[in-house]
Design a protein around this ligand. Structure first.
Ligand SMILES: [Zn+2]
Length: 387
């Protein structure tokens, strides 16, 4: 074996190790040791006593927040047994209520009004093992809405930056993923505020949208989110991918049958007059694989697959008003279908986030992915030579 070959093999081996390290905690330039709740901990007294939080708390008009007592958990599940059948608090977990009953609250965003369209969303990211999945979406010129958990943003800063750089819409999915209606007002406020702060810190934008974990929201929680300038985003099609093993007990075949049902609904005109917003997850490699597996069939059965902001024609999804996002028409292109390739994010307006805030992490992860593939091929070749 020549010296140059040895150098190449060593180099690719090192690159392979680097690629594998994407799921190993890494050091970044971002620090969350001060100014944030502890990672994956529901905020408590150590957060509420800070001047920053106290000032935030004072900035809210609490008279606009309904006086609804926090709900209770029994054996880890919401206790619905004592709740009034009239659903006075528009508690989604009770009967999927999305039209608030308290005065002054905006309805939840729960479906895409564009006929035959599929609002594509992924919850619970960023995920350390995202590379293949994000490469796939990028290869399809596909944007989605990502509901990010604040603690995951803190742990996986590079992945968070890549999602934004790829043109995905970034929204809040709380700091520690609790049942929000079971929390105190201060806890609700902190779960939303510190996730939004983390996204601003790492990615540079301030989301104007959030999705409650498990869909658990009522008018009290909605009122706090609305005062932070955030829409409450639900869904009207649940893929149940979150139930799939290893996170849950459903088999992959059971999840397949649900996706198959969605494809049939797309084809048979169920959504001919208005579209859907789905619930899918970046939770683990299984859910990300299912998303890729069913993508071609869903794309074939529905007219357009678009992020929620574009579904709703929200062209300013962030508090930073100089950042614009493509409207539905801009994203899909007039008279085209999502399968034609005319919805290339990079061609949909110079002010789109991915064209003005390109992150070096994209080329870095793509590069590592490529080098890693070459490394595996070389290692396989070397092994067959040696053994
Ligand atoms: Zn979630």
């Amino acid at each position: 074996m020549g010296f140059i070959s040895l150098i190449i093999i060593l180099g690719t081996l090192i690159a392979s190790v680097i690629a594998q390290q994407q799921c190993v905690p890494y050091t970044s330039n971002y620090t969350f040791t001060t100014g944030y709740p502890p990672i994956w901990v529901t905020p408590g007294a150590e957060t509420f006593t800070t001047p920053e939080f106290q000032q935030l708390n004072k900035s809210l008009n609490w008279a606009m927040v309904p006086n609804i007592p926090p709900n209770k958990l029994v054996n880890g599940a919401l206790d619905l047994s004592t709740y009034s059948a009239s659903d006075p608090n528009c508690w989604w977990s009770f009967k999927n209520c999305v039209n608030p009953k308290a005065p002054g609250l905006n309805p939840d965003i729960s479906f895409c009004p564009e006929p035959g369209s599929w609002g594509l969303t992924y919850d619970d990211g960023p995920n350390c093992s995202h590379t293949e999945f994000y490469d796939f979406l990028k290869g399809q010129n596909q944007r989605a809405t990502m509901y990010f958990i604040g603690s995951n943003v803190a742990d996986w800063t590079n992945e968070a930056k890549r999602a934004y750089a790829d043109g995905h819409q970034i929204c809040v999915h709380t700091w520690s993923h609790p049942y929000m209606t079971t929390l105190t007002n201060d806890q609700v406020l902190a779960e939303l505020y510190y996730t939004r702060k983390a996204i601003k810190y790492v990615i540079g934008v301030t989301p104007r949208c959030w999705r409650p974990p498990f869909g658990d929201v009522d008018d009290r929680v909605r009122a706090i989110a609305q005062q932070l300038g955030m829409s409450t985003d639900i869904w009207n099609l649940d893929s149940n991918d979150w139930k799939m093993i290893p996170a849950g007990t459903s088999t992959p075949a059971q999840v397949d049958s649900i996706f198959e049902g969605f494809v049939q609904m797309g084809k048979n005109g169920t959504f001919a007059t208005s579209g859907v917003i789905t619930l899918q997850h970046e939770l683990n490699n299984g859910t990300m694989s299912k998303a890729q597996q069913w993508y071609p069939q869903i794309k074939g059965a529905f007219k357009h697959l678009v992020p929620v902001a574009s579904c709703m024609n929200i062209t300013h999804p962030y508090a930073e008003t100089d950042i614009t996002y493509p409207s539905f028409g801009e994203l899909v292109g007039s008279g085209s279908t999502s399968g034609t390739g005319t919805n290339n994010p990079s061609s949909s307006g110079g002010s789109a986030p991915n064209s003005t805030h390109k992150s070096s992490s994209v080329s870095m992860t793509s590069c590592i992915s490529l080098i890693s593939t070459v490394a595996i091929m070389l290692i396989a070749q070397l092994s067959s030579t040696l053994f």
